[in-house]
Design a protein around this ligand. Structure first.
Ligand code: PMP
Length: 427
């Protein structure tokens, strides 16, 4: 029995499914999750001492790679001054100022502790500011596990969202309208029918929770247009894409203006930090300046703030995102060529440092249905083949991959070489 197998068995005695977030359990791909001992740069080391080139990067936050020495030093130094005060610190202003300086439509920002909290609070703000209850989201987008957002499409019925988990009240799900990603027409149609009841649209401007699906030209623009026409807020959920697709996320890359932006992952450099921010006229409606309540004991945590500050300092070094995108392109091109050579049908998407591979004959994958039609069995065999070769991919075919600044060309070429071996024996 490997050490990971033993640790997984132990964990299941005390933690539901042995994990604190379901996808970690490897249910989609089968087998035993790796228990991680430590990580450095592009590499993870499991409890058995095996090294992996890591393309999960803690599901996105580690854009610099794991355990960047400057970030670690800042965290250790800050920790010595205390872990939490529940009172304001200068560090919060510094990180908030940095975010407002970098993101053009962010006048004010509030820190929280996770992406879930950021989107949940942004939705409350949109509802409070508009006095409307309905929200629009898209199939295949994930915005955390709050009740209003754990809702899938009703069967063809535009008005009825269906809870995607027991425990989400149907009466609440009813306020969530789920439309098809990249389908501007369905959004226009929905707003034509009930635009004056809709508080907001929330969208991943590059979707990273149904593998990696960038927006088709015109989609994000259409969202902005209907929101303006009907007095709804546009919430761009950049928890994953923020500081990943570009310095100013997907909205900077595609030139779309958000009313509220949600952030997480990179802004805490691996510590539990999220944020929602945006236009002053909305953000000042949050307590204590306004009546819309939102709070957090550990929000703006000083250790998280310094990890974020140090990370954001480093990603703003000249050429950072150009290099990161080049690395991603190197990987994508190499993988596609290797698959072609082996006769394995493979399609890829990428945006900045996010990428995704699809086992499909389709030349382009732009929506949830197409993702669902990909060959999951083949992905699962590919995943395990790559794991055996020392490459750690996200353990499910509907997750995006992440490049970090720490991945060298040699790491990327070793990944492609590993894929060649795995493709050759993939049926
Ligand atoms: N929004 C997006 C776009 C996400 O990808 C995620 C998490 N993967 C969340 C929100 C929720 O973030 P958290 O897991 O930190 O609650």
């Amino acid at each position: 029995m490997s050490k990971s197998e033993q640790l997984f068995s132990d964990a299941q005695q005390y933690i539901p499914g042995g994990v604190n977030s379901p996808v970690r359990a490897f249910r989609a791909v089968g087998g035993t999750p790796l228990f991680i001992d430590r990580a450095e740069g592009a590499y993870l080391y499991d409890a058995d001492g095996k090294r992996y080139i890591d393309y999960v990067q803690s599901w996105g936050p580690m854009v610099l790679g794991h355990a960047h020495p400057d970030v670690i030093e800042a965290v250790v130094e800050q920790a010595q001054s205390g872990l939490s005060f529940g009172a304001p610190t200068e560090l919060e202003t510094e990180l908030a100022e940095e975010l407002c300086r970098v993101w053009p439509n962010m006048d004010l920002v509030r820190f929280v502790n996770s992406g879930t909290e950021a989107t949940m609070s942004a939705i409350r703000l949109a509802r409070g500011a508009t006095g409307r209850d309905k929200i629009v989201k898209f199939e295949g987008c994930y915005h955390g596990h709050s009740d209003s957002l754990l809702v899938k499409a009703g069967s063809g019925a535009l008005t009825m969202g269906v809870p995607s988990s027991p425990g989400v009240p149907a009466s609440l799900a009813d306020h969530t309208i789920t439309l098809a990603y990249n389908d501007a027409e369905s959004v226009r149609d929905c707003f034509a029918r009930m635009g004056d009841e809709i508080a907001c649209i929330i969208v991943e401007p590059v979707a990273g929770n149904m593998n990696c699906i960038p927006p088709v030209p015109g989609f994000l623009e259409a969202l902005r247009e209907v929101c303006d026409a009907h007095g709804a807020l546009l919430i761009l959920d950049e928890v994953m894409s923020g500081f990943r697709v570009s310095l100013t996320g997907a909205q900077g890359h595609f030139g779309v203006d958000a009313d509220i932006t949600t952030l997480g992952k990179v802004i805490g450099g691996g510590m539990p930090v999220g944020a929602f921010g945006g236009k002053r006229k909305y953000m000042e409606q949050i307590a204590p300046t306004g009546p819309i309540y939102q709070a957090g004991t550990l929000s703006g945590n000083p250790v998280g703030m310094v990890a974020g500050l140090e990370t954001l300092r480093l990603v703003q070094e000249p050429g950072f995102y150009e290099r990161l995108t080049e690395k991603t392109e190197r990987l994508v091109k190499g993988m596609l060529a290797a698959a072609k050579e082996a006769g394995v049908p493979l399609t890829a998407n990428h945006a900045g440092s996010m990428f995704g591979f699809f086992f499909t004959d389709e030349p382009k994958v732009t929506n949830y249905q197409q993702v669902m039609n990909c060959n999951t069995e083949r992905f699962n065999r590919f995943f395990h083949g790559m794991l055996d070769e020392g490459v750690y991919l996200a353990p499910a075919s509907y997750e995006a991959g992440f490049m970090s600044a720490a991945h060298s060309d040699e790491d990327i070429d070793a990944t492609i070489a590993a894929a060649k071996k795995v493709f050759a024996r993939l049926d």
